[in-house]
Design a protein around this ligand. Structure first.
Ligand code: GCU
Length: 420
């Protein structure tokens, strides 16, 4: 009965979203006049003029994002118990070491198990790694047969062979093109990925499942939504990576696509151990400015996905002008660490121009901190990356992660992290 109820809820939000995608504003001339808050002005109106000031201002901005957008993740005081569950020293035709590691997150008498899939180049370590969630289960990331299928809740999807909310063999290798594992291994990087539903299943269950269940918490206006929960999960993986000698935990690049791109940005803002952040087509609640009201809006996202953000975020449904922060400030609080924002030409729902303008308006903070910032003020042509401490490109094609995107991320990572 409960399952039936959630399926109906899920279908309703899908139909709602589809209707909104056709109705949304895609006309630049219909964007209302809007004022972007200046990241370098304190809430009391005084100006940030030094790096010391910025530390205080950053804190102020971070708190506003917590309270008004993503919600507050509880402190982690639990234990993480890693167990290797499989190992192949000749994976990817001898190119890589592949491991599956179970992390048991134990908080008092409550626990949650998540499974990491780890690929490391077959060379001397420690190596820099990309860390990101997958949408379809670890077994979707490459077509290697040894990778286990998640047992946690999965969205029913005929094409991926998911029914009864359980993953299956049919999903194996389905996302190979989005991960490009051979490419990144041959460039000397490893990959750590996990299924996002292991940390928090992606439906509105009233705050009980996944990692929310590790805490006895009555949800209120500022309680963490799923994006914050997923970001929190990436920090727990980082806790483990810091103990794993083959990984260079000072060179971890957190990456995500779409809702998981929103997650990567929030993880990068929340945890300064991440050396670099990559947002692929993250859109509303990610890299796109909310105040432009172009493509997906705050009201639409909160209605379709009521569990992603904190309850306070609903105050800004159709009232974006009242938002005390905008998403350029999310990029700014990642500074001085490099951040890359990627859009796609046919993904207007995610507002490519709004993502570009977020980069432009985050740049002064990077410059204050002594970095190159973002060397552009006009939208670049397609497939022409702009590279500073903030990187940006708009690729031809739609909402996806392509080899082209990975090639830019690898260049960006090489230039910022390789010889550090
Ligand atoms: C929907 C949603 C977006 C999200 C995307 C995804 O399109 O409206 O905000 O980024 O799903 O995660 O695939």
């Amino acid at each position: 009965m409960k399952k039936f109820f959630f399926t109906i809820l899920f279908l309703q939000s899908f139909v709602f979203l589809y209707s909104q995608q056709n109705k949304a504003n895609y006309d630049e001339s219909k964007i209302p006049a809007y004022n972007l808050p200046d990241p370098l002005i304190f809430n009391n109106g005084s100006r940030v003029t030094s790096k010391e000031d910025w530390i205080k201002r950053r804190n102020e901005l971070y708190k506003t994002f917590e309270n008004e957008v993503y919600g507050i993740a509880p402190q982690w005081k639990g234990k993480i118990i890693p167990t290797e569950i499989s190992s192949d020293l000749q994976a990817m035709n001898g190119k890589a070491i592949r491991k599956e590691i179970n992390l048991k997150l134990k908080n008092g008498n409550k626990e949650l198990n998540v499974t990491l899939l780890v690929y490391l180049p077959n060379s001397a370590g420690p190596v820099p790694v990309f860390l990101g969630y997958n949408f379809g289960g670890n077994h979707s990331v490459t077509d290697e047969p040894g990778i286990s299928i998640p047992t946690s809740w999965m969205r029913n999807d005929e094409e991926d062979g998911v029914s009864q909310n359980k993953g299956s063999e049919k999903g194996r290798g389905k996302s190979v093109s989005q991960w490009q594992v051979s490419e990144l291994l041959s460039r000397g990087y490893g990959l750590v990925t996990l299924y996002y539903g292991d940390i928090d299943p992606d439906f509105d269950d009233g705050f009980t499942n996944g990692v929310h269940g590790l805490y006895d918490q009555k949800p209120d206006q500022t309680s963490w939504g799923s994006v914050a929960a997923w970001a929190w999960g990436l920090s727990r993986v980082m806790d483990w990576m810091e103990t794993y000698p083959s990984i260079d935990s000072k060179k971890v690049i957190v990456i995500g696509h779409s809702r998981l791109g929103k997650t990567a940005l929030w993880a990068g803002a929340s945890d300064t151990r991440f050396a670099m952040v990559i947002s692929n087509n993250s859109g509303c609640g990610g890299a796109a400015l909310s105040k432009r009201i172009y493509g997906e809006t705050v009201g639409i996202i909160n209605t379709a996905f009521p569990h992603w953000f904190c309850n306070n975020f609903n105050k800004y449904n159709e009232k974006e002008a009242a938002l005390p922060v905008d998403q350029h400030e999310l990029l700014a609080i990642i500074a001085p660490r490099p951040v890359y924002v990627a859009s796609a030409e046919d993904d207007q729902w995610a507002d490519p121009k709004g993502e570009f303008l977020a980069c432009v308006n985050a740049s002064p903070v990077y410059v204050l901190l002594g970095c190159k910032g973002f060397p552009a003020d006009k939208m670049p042509p397609v497939n022409s990356p702009v590279i500073g401490a903030i990187g940006y490109h708009i690729r031809t094609g739609g909402h996806d992660v392509k080899l082209y995107d990975w090639q830019q991320y690898l260049e960006f990572a090489d230039s910022h992290l390789k010889n550090r």
